[in-house]
Write a protein that binds this ligand. Structure first.
Ligand code: NAD
Ligand code: SER
Length: 314
């Protein structure tokens, strides 16, 4: 590190933000990482500012006041919630991101992190080992807004030299925080119900395989990407990133090894159609080759670690 970083995290009160902020603070120092959200994080141990990402003036003031050098832009509305209000989702996810990119251009912010998603894929995309560069016709407003964000990232990099880095996160599983409004949320909920009720009603069908990743792997990937030398970053839209792929019945079977009385019922709802429009597994060779990505958690390790930690919390 050659200079003292000042980092702004938007959407910091969410599933990923609450964990990412802790990790960034352990690296850069508590006061160097500023949390922001429309919602207070609850038990924050450092600076927090209220910010609606659509308020460009307030965002500019925060960047000036705190002399921000990097932004992790997590604020968004996810896939399932997005379908309840497509206009708002487009506005927050796309126009909110544009305020960040414009600011990065004008104020010369050193680096931006933009989280993309497997929701950018669609039914024309190869479902197995989805390539980095492929056909993408997303069917949710969330996927459409995130894919547009990927294109804007690339454009602002090429046109204005903004150093924006991005990952297409799979569904994220963690014990530290709860997901909100996504299609992959079942993979966190199932652990909570397994411990509390020994039973779970899953909103996806039992054989719906999706790409997933464990929180520590996702956080490490994010920071490793942000710390990689600029010349090693060959993809400025967003990198494919793989952790592990499994279906609801496979994760239920893994949990059953630890909680034999655990039972699962499958009652697919509107999220099934969303899941079916995504892919099953991801080819992330470019991330591995260009900046050394390597996941550490498979389904067995995720299950063991989730149950261990949640038993101490719930
Ligand atoms: P989350 O829904 O848990 O958190 C998002 C946060 O954004 C919330 O705290 C919310 O209050 C905030 N927010 C919403 N509208 C806002 C606005 N107008 N101004 C400021 N803040 C606002 O989401 P998450 O799971 O933590 O995801 C973070 C990012 O990662 C998102 O951009 C999401 O698209 C991406 N992502 C997440 C996953 C996953 O499985 N969690 C997978 C792929 C990509
Ligand atoms: N986990 C996210 C969702 O289900 C994918 O971006 O919306």
């Amino acid at each position: 590190m050659t200079k003292r970083e000042r980092i702004l995290v938007t959407g910091a009160s969410g599933q990923i933000g609450t964990v990412l902020v802790q990790e960034l603070r352990s690296i850069y120092g508590i006061d160097q990482v500023i949390e922001s959200d429309i919602k207070h994080p609850g038990n924050s141990d450092g600076p927090f500012v209220g910010l609606d990402i659509l308020n460009a003036q307030r965002l500019g003031e925060i960047v000036d006041d705190f002399e921000i050098s990097q932004i992790y832009h997590l604020a968004a509305i996810l896939s399932a919630n997005g379908e309840w209000n497509p206009m708002k989702t487009w506005n927050v996810n796309l126009n909110g991101y544009l305020t960040i990119l414009e600011l990065a251009k004008e104020k010369r912010i050193d680096k931006i992190f933009y989280p993309s998603t497997i929701a950018v894929f669609g039914k024309t995309t190869p479902r197995s080992l989805t390539p980095q560069h492929t056909s993408m016709i997303p069917e949710t407003i969330y996927g459409i807004s995130k894919q547009s964000g990927e294109l804007l990232s690339n454009y602002y990099h090429l046109r204005y030299g903004v150093d924006v880095r991005s990952l297409r996160y799979p569904g994220i599983i963690g014990y530290q925080s709860l997901p909100s409004g996504g299609t992959t949320d079942y993979a966190v909920e199932i652990f909570h119900h397994a411990i509390k009720d020994q039973a779970y009603t899953c909103f996806l069908a039992e054989n719906t395989t999706l790409p997933m990743i464990y929180m520590p792997d996702a956080i490490r990937a994010t920071i490793e990407l942000m710390e990689a030398p600029s010349e090693s970053i060959g993809v400025r839209t967003s990198y494919n990133l793989a952790g592990v792929s499994f279906s609801p019945s496979e994760i239920a079977a893994e949990i059953k090894k630890h909680i034999p009385e655990f039972t699962t019922v499958y009652e697919p709802d509107f999220r099934q159609k969303i899941a079916e429009s995504w892919t099953e597994s991801i080819d992330d060779r470019l991330a591995r080759e260009q900046w050394g990505w390597q996941e550490q958690f498979d389904l067995a390790r995720i299950t063991e670690d989730m149950l261990f930690h949640l038993r101490g919390i719930l």
